[in-house]
Ligand binder design. Structure first.
Ligand SMILES: *Cc1c(COP(=O)(O)O)cnc(C)c1O
Length: 481
């Protein structure tokens, strides 16, 4: 049919379609911009932002009734929106938890969007579901969960993974009326949020103290659980750190597993930041005992070098996760292809899911696991080297020694100034480093003390990036003294 159909421009395409040439031109434009961005990254500031007041007049508008040329829309996004953000993959971005995706991972996300994979059911996506089984089985093997029962699923991130885990833990405990969960004073806020969502009241969230290396005190945990049981509460989950975001601390997993076993309480390990350290020898040693947990939250968009979003929940007995999530409504009855077919929607919150396993698979297929092991190990080595630099510096003081890839410290002129003055000085150092654009770092608080914090895990980062940043901190600190 030519022309006349309403809403069609006349060449048989919908108004929302482009011709193959137009699509390729747009894809080429975007690819060139992204590749150039990566090539130029080192010379770019590690962070750029803008205040709401500056950005409102630039970006505020009603949705336009009529479209514009695609290349101009792309240019506008690349000029006015995308650069105003932290370059989380910049080689001197050491704040929070950096992420430096591999190119095959980025391309995998493009492929998934292009093939428009609906990764909720086996009927919806058999090949992708099989691949998600394969990739989560790699993770299962790395963790050391049994082949017969271990399994998991990809999630948006660590927060969603921990939420799914706590749902399973609550159900496994029989959905008690007065649930309690246990986490250390170093736990990520995602766990507090997850506990709230699964119905643990604020007074049921037990914060357990930590030792001098910020590891959960197992003795205090045992005493708290006993007191809670005596008071009529039902412990639902012990949430351990498999690399705390503050300091990299790993809780004593074997000890906590013993407690979890004898108390029959679910042991969840939040390894969103630190989990993939298990690919290196030092990391595997630090995470010893991980296989004794009931569940582990991982973030492949952190230390497995994938683009956002790529979280994962792994469970020692996948049946316990499916028992918590599987609900089969009539409109999905056709999705039952047979018992051996996994519907990933039965393992978590999302029905419509993107196909996140492909990026992990494509980048590991491309570079080989050994390259990932070395990249992870380098982060740990660089953090240790940073620790030695700080130790040797007359004006820097270690506050938490390198653990996994994180080191916390402060500028310490040693002139006897009090804690408040030190904090104020370090705050100014931190702001000046960010303002310089050369590096990005964040601060934290350790036992009340203000600490500068470097998290070193970008596979592009070299020792000279770290050294330059530490020297910058020393120089700026001296200027601000
Ligand atoms: C990043 C992180 C989270 C949250 O994960 P998201 O992917 O941001 O949802 C939870 N716990 C730890 C330790 C983390 O590092």
């Amino acid at each position: 049919m030519e022309g006349g159909e309403p809403g069609r421009p006349g060449d048989g395409r919908s108004e929302l379609e482009m011709s193959p040439d137009e699509m390729l031109a747009m894809a080429r434009q975007v690819s060139e911009i992204v590749v150039k961005r990566l090539e130029d990254l080192d010379g770019q500031p590690a962070w750029r932002g803008g205040s709401r007041a500056e950005l409102e007049p630039i970006l505020r508008e009603s949705a336009p009734e009529n479209g514009s040329r695609a290349d101009m829309v792309v240019e506008r996004a690349v000029r006015e929106v995308l650069p105003l953000a932290g370059r989380v993959d910049h080689p001197r971005f050491f704040a929070f938890v950096p992420s430096s995706p591999t190119w095959p991972g980025v391309m995998a996300d493009y492929l998934c969007a292009g093939f428009n994979i609906f990764q909720g059911t086996w009927l919806g996506a058999g090949g992708p579901s099989q691949l998600e089984l394969v990739v989560t089985d790699w993770f299962r093997e790395w963790i050391g969960y049994p082949a017969e029962t271990g399994g998991g699923l990809f999630t948006s991130g660590g927060s969603a993974a921990s939420l799914d885990a706590l749902v399973a833990a609550r159900e496994a405990a029989g959905a008690p009326a007065r649930p309690t969960v246990y986490l250390s004073d170093q736990a990520h806020t995602a766990l507090v949020r997850a506990a709230r969502i699964v119905g643990v009241p604020a007074d049921g969230i037990r914060v357990i103290g930590t030792d001098d290396r910020f590891r959960m005190d197992a003795g205090e945990l045992v005493r708290t659980i006993a007191a809670d049981r005596a008071a009529g509460h039902t412990p639902v989950a012990i949430c351990a750190n498999g690399g705390a975001t503050n300091t990299g601390a790993v809780d004593p997993l074997r000890e906590l597993a013993d407690v979890a076993d004898s108390e029959s309480v679910w042991l969840h390990v939040d390894a969103a930041y630190g989990g993939f350290a298990m690919l290196s020898d030092k990391g595997a040693e630090a995470l010893d005992g991980l296989e004794r947990s009931d569940s582990v939250a991982l973030d492949a968009h952190k230390w497995l070098f994938q683009p956002f979003e790529a979280g994962c929940l792994m469970v020692r007995d996948i049946r316990r996760l499916e028992a918590a999530f599987s609900v089969r409504p009539e409109y999905l009855q056709d999705t039952e292809l047979g018992m051996e077919h996994v519907n990933f929607a039965d393992r978590g919150l999302q029905l419509t899911r993107s196909f996140r396993a492909l990026k992990v698979w494509m980048s590991i297929q491309t570079f080989g696991l050994a390259a990932f092991r070395r990249a992870v190990a380098r982060g740990i080595d660089l953090a240790e080297q940073a620790g030695r630099y700080i130790e040797a510096s007359p004006v820097l003081e270690v506050l938490s020694p390198p653990t996994l890839s994180i080191v916390c410290f402060r500028f310490q002129p040693g002139d006897g100034r009090d804690a408040a003055a030190l904090e104020e000085l370090n705050d100014r150092v931190q702001a000046a480093v960010i303002a310089s654009g050369r590096a990005m770092m964040s601060s934290t608080r350790l036992r009340g003390s203000y600490a500068l914090r470097l998290c070193i895990m970008n596979h592009h980062t070299t020792w000279s990036d770290v050294e330059e940043t530490l020297a910058l901190i020393e120089r700026v600190g001296r200027e601000k003294m």
